[in-house]
Design a protein around this ligand. Structure first.
Ligand SMILES: Nc1ncnc2c1ncn2[C@@H]1O[C@H](COP(=O)(O)OP(=O)(O)OP(=O)(O)O)[C@@H](O)[C@H]1O
Length: 126
């Protein structure tokens, strides 16, 4: 990972341009996340889950519930990736804190995958 500590910080945007800058930063995050294999698997699984819900004529409430849980999973994956990026920068070799941080991030993602699967099974079974 490159360290740009010697580069000048861009000026802080104010008002409406702050909103636009935030949207641009979020798009940058999405671009970075799209490099992660786990993210691509989750997008594929999300599309498959939506197809199953539509085929089973799920209600709008069920589809909205699944969409909210899926967005929570993507948010957790983004935070997990952020943790991995920082940890890899701080601990290029083996370190106990690095193992713990990454394992905890993985656990958070696993919990959300479980919640998504549980809701999908519930929506398809009822
Ligand atoms: N620097 C490190 N020091 C100690 N243990 C580490 C370190 N890096 C990774 N690990 C251990 O290896 C596991 C896998 O780490 P890795 O960096 O491969 O994550 P990953 O499999 O790429 O995660 P994901 O699949 O969520 O992207 C971690 O959960 C942790 O237990």
């Amino acid at each position: 990972m490159t360290d740009h500590a010697d580069l000048p910080r861009p000026p802080r945007a104010e008002g409406a341009s702050h909103l636009l800058a935030s949207a641009r930063h979020s798009l940058g995050g999405l671009r970075r996340l799209s490099h992660e294999t786990a993210f691509r698997h989750e997008m594929f699984a999300g599309a498959a889950g939506l197809a199953l819900l539509l085929a089973a004529r799920a209600s709008l409430a069920e589809i909205m519930g699944a969409a909210v849980l899926f967005l929570l999973l993507l948010a957790t994956e983004a935070l997990n990736t952020a943790i991995e990026v920082v940890v890899d920068h701080l601990a290029p070799g083996w370190a106990e804190f690095a193992r713990d941080a990454k394992d905890l991030g993985s656990l958070a993602v696993l919990c959300l995958i479980g919640a998504n699967l549980a809701f999908l099974v519930y929506a398809l079974a009822t």
